[in-house]
Design a protein around this ligand. Structure first.
Ligand SMILES: CC(C)(COP(=O)(O)OP(=O)(O)OC[C@H]1O[C@@H](n2cnc3c(N)ncnc32)[C@H](O)[C@@H]1OP(=O)(O)O)[C@@H](O)C(=O)NCCC(=O)NCCS
Length: 200
């Protein structure tokens, strides 16, 4: 059985991360949960992106950028050491995120979709949220994003409300997940996919 773990970005994954980004471009795919990796298409270097996402875990730096603290992870498949997804966990919500974005943004690379990986990745992220003492996470998706909606519902997401994001002219469904409750409820299903002793 395949196993997975979350890993903080490093310089050692530079080429792989850029390949991950390029795969989205090649497939004309949306890119989510990368902490702004797509800026590497517009002149930012990987090193600059890396410096930013690592520092964003610190309150002082995040606030200086008008952002909340957050952690960006690569999701690694143990068997071939491949980045199969990326996820961004915001440690708390500001006024904007309360409506749009919530605590968690995520994506799975186009060639690895429809294998159940988004659900495993979200489970791994809930474990990280639990470590940070976050009781409930808000997760949202565009109301037409069936894959994302099913992922959220699969991990116990409870529908809260619908909001319209004028900037992108999209309707978003907002859900809340009770972190401890969901981990307890779904651990029999997902714990088998978790690499032990190798988180971060
Ligand atoms: C949305 C996304 C994360 C789903 O990743 P994934 O690894 O393919 O999802 P999973 O394989 O874990 O599937 C989760 C569920 O959604 C369903 N699903 C996934 N993609 C689907 C699609 N395109 N259409 C319909 N159902 C879909 C799966 O069948 C599964 O359903 P099940 O629980 O009933 O079996 C991925 O398509 C992606 O990265 N999209 C671009 C970025 C994005 O939209 N991120 C989320 C922003 S809110």
């Amino acid at each position: 059985m395949e196993k997975f773990y979350l890993e903080l970005p490093t310089i050692g994954r530079k080429q792989e991360a850029l390949d991950y980004l390029q795969e989205h471009v090649d497939n004309g795919s949306d890119l989510n949960g990368t902490g702004g990796l797509k800026d590497c298409l517009e002149g930012i270097t990987y090193e600059e992106w890396l410096d930013d996402v690592i520092k964003l875990q610190e309150k002082e730096y995040a606030e200086s950028k008008n952002k909340v603290t957050g952690t960006t992870f690569f999701t690694i498949r143990e068997s071939d050491n491949r980045i199969i997804g990326m996820v961004n966990l915001r440690h708390y919500l500001n006024d904007y995120l309360k409506n749009f974005g919530g605590h968690i943004g995520y994506g799975i690379r186009p060639t690895e979709r429809r294998k159940g990986y988004a659900k495993i990745q979200l489970y791994l992220t809930l474990i990280e949220a639990q470590k940070l003492g976050i009781d409930k996470v808000m997760v949202d998706c565009v109301n037409t994003n069936i894959g994302s909606e099913k992922t959220i519902l699969a991990l116990g997401g409870e529908f809260d409300r619908q909001v319209h994001e004028d900037n992108r002219d999209v309707t978003l469904n907002n859900y809340w997940i009770d972190v401890n409750e969901s981990i307890e409820k779904f651990k029999d299903e997902y714990e088998q996919y978790v690499t032990k002793g190798k988180v971060k």
